[in-house]
Ligand binder design. Sequence first.
Ligand SMILES: Nc1nc2c(ncn2[C@@H]2O[C@H](COP(=O)(O)OP(=O)(O)OP(=O)(O)O)[C@@H](O)[C@H]2O)c(=O)[nH]1
Ligand SMILES: [Mg+2]
Length: 186
Amino acid sequence: MHMSRHSHDFLIVGPVGAGKTTLVRRLHALGARQRATSTTAAPPQPTVGTELLTLSRPSLTLLEVGGAMEPLWEGFLGHCRRGLLFVVDTSSACAVGAASVALLRLLSSEDPSNKRPLLLVLNQRDRLDALPEGIVRHLLRLDGMQETSRGRRISIHWTSGRSGDGVDGVLRWCVEELQRNPQASR
Ligand SMILES: Nc1nc2c(ncn2[C@@H]2O[C@H](COP(=O)(O)OP(=O)(O)OP(=O)(O)O)[C@@H](O)[C@H]2O)c(=O)[nH]1
Ligand SMILES: [Mg+2]
């Protein structure tokens, strides 16, 4: 288990079972130009603690902090240089509602003078019970979010960690954030 508080480029958090580890495996396979193996590999175990992904092309580090560690997310956010990825299971209103509360709590804990860009990863879109996009937007209050979070860049990607759909967009977002300010301390 990676317990270092050294800084990382990106932090990936979200409730237990949202699909963070699955997504990180997909990103790893994309970065390594490998065929993703997560559909055939054993499903991931819940992340009790943290897990660090280091990619060489593009060069970046991404730290997952498991949903079970939610009270500690904000401490890790303080060590995150480039951006925050927040993963949501969009297959039930209960999961989306809980994610919304956790997200607002995390964002409000952040130093207002150093608001990281946010990527909302709206995941598990392959599921038959995936909620309609309008309902997800409503439950997460996405339409008002940009105004209320003054000064923070917010992006949204709809994904499936299971099928891999949309995961390339997540990697592109990371690359764009890295390119935005190449001089930022690394
Ligand atoms: N159908 C479907 N299942 C998914 C998707 N992403 C993850 N899962 C499944 O959901 C379960 C939890 O996935 P994880 O990637 O371990 O979730 P996590 O967010 O890392 O959870 P913690 O580490 O406990 O915080 C696993 O059984 C995955 O196979 C998805 O996009 N679609
Ligand atoms: Mg995990």
